[in-house]
Design a protein around this ligand. Structure first.
Ligand SMILES: Nc1ncnc2c1ncn2[C@@H]1O[C@H](COP(=O)(O)OP(=O)(O)OP(=O)(O)O)[C@@H](O)[C@H]1O
Ligand SMILES: [Mg+2]
Length: 312
């Protein structure tokens, strides 16, 4: 049986017959973390069993959770978070679909795709919607790309009756195929963000640890409240601090301001500023594949664990 270390995600082959019925403690030979593994069949500990690869137990199957990654401010790590959190969850045996819902198509190009068909094509052609979804070279990680045609959606549909439900309607047909659907959004209010917030049950609001980014969080939370009143009463959100610099006093002040203002609405995990993120983007890989021991890769694994543990 293949297991993943809950700390550094190193893979090991373990003889399943040596694992007791109540689970056995093992030590990762790479990072020395001690953790409990359970047999793949009928695992008892829900959280730990998420790290065992292989088919998920039907008993653990939860409905698909749709998560929007949004902030009205640009350059705060929305796309980076969408990709790297998705990749970490996929490594933890979750089936992930990422939707690139931004005309900039950064998520699509970060994965090395060019001239791929987008949501625009998927809703205007006669073909099956799911036929536009690409299975990336990474296990359990699928992508619906973006392209320049996406701009036409805003022009054609923004303001038309019920336009906010266009994405939600399409995703409702896919929810049995994925454990999580992540939607990467642009830093602007309009067709894309409103569709994404209407489709999602949860919003991750990445916030760079600098003063101006906190204003973007305030604007985004206001928008989420509007969406809650109008099209999606069940939506919830949490702020994720990104690009944190441990040596920067302003970063520390920003984090304490965010924790003060948004209390329980912030993730425990903070994503550091890490040059490996930039290197991984040049190599067109998620950071957990590029360098799984880098601070950012480990932090995205921690974030994935927080997400799994949350009731979304
Ligand atoms: N943890 C990190 N460490 C270092 N650099 C990072 C980190 N997260 C993101 N970046 C860099 O910051 C820049 C902005 O990131 P990203 O494109 O993910 O932001 P965004 O919010 O999606 O931007 P946009 O609003 O334009 O869509 C990129 O150059 C990315 O490489
Ligand atoms: Mg982006």
């Amino acid at each position: 049986m293949i297991i993943l270390c809950t700390n550094c995600a190193s893979k090991f082959n373990v003889n399943e017959t040596l694992i007791s019925e109540s689970g056995s403690k093992v030590r990762c030979s790479r990072c020395q973390r001690v953790f409990t593994v359970h047999r793949a069949i009928a695992p008892k500990n829900k959280e730990i069993s998420q790290f065992i690869t292989g088919a998920p137990s039907p008993a653990l199957k939860q409905p698909c959770r749709i998560i929007s990654v949004s902030n009205q401010k640009g350059g705060v790590s929305k796309t980076t978070t969408c990709l790297n959190l998705s990749a970490s969850l996929a490594m933890m045996n979750q089936r992930i679909l990422m939707i690139d819902f931004d005309v900039q198509a950064s998520l699509t190009s970060t994965l090395g795709y060019q001239n791929a068909h987008s949501f625009y094509d998927a809703i205007h052609s006669g073909s099956k919607f799911s036929s536009y979804i690409l299975n990336t070279k990474y296990a359990r990680l699928a992508l619906l790309p973006s392209d320049e045609n996406m701009i036409l959606l805003n022009r054609r549909y923004f303001g038309v009756n019920f336009f906010e439900y266009m994405l939600k309607d399409r995703l409702s047909r896919l929810t049995d195929q994925y454990d999580y659907i992540f939607i990467d959004t642009p830093p602007s209010m309009g067709y894309f963000v409103l569709n994404s917030l209407t489709a999602a049950s949860f919003v991750i609001i990445p916030c760079q640890s600098e003063y101006l980014s906190t204003q973007g969080v305030g604007q985004t939370i206001k928008l989420i409240k509007r969406v809650k009143r109008n099209t999606n009463p069940r939506i919830r959100s949490r702020v994720l601090v990104t690009m944190y610099d441990h040596n920067c006093t302003v970063a520390k002040l920003v984090v304490s301001k965010l924790k003060g203002s948004y209390g329980g609405m912030t993730f425990e995990t903070v994503i550091d500023y890490d040059a490996k993120i930039k290197e991984s983007q040049i190599m067109k890989e998620p950071v957990s594949y590029y360098d799984k021991h880098s601070p950012a890769a480990l932090q995205y694994f921690e974030l994935a664990k927080e997400i799994i543990a949350m009731e979304i």
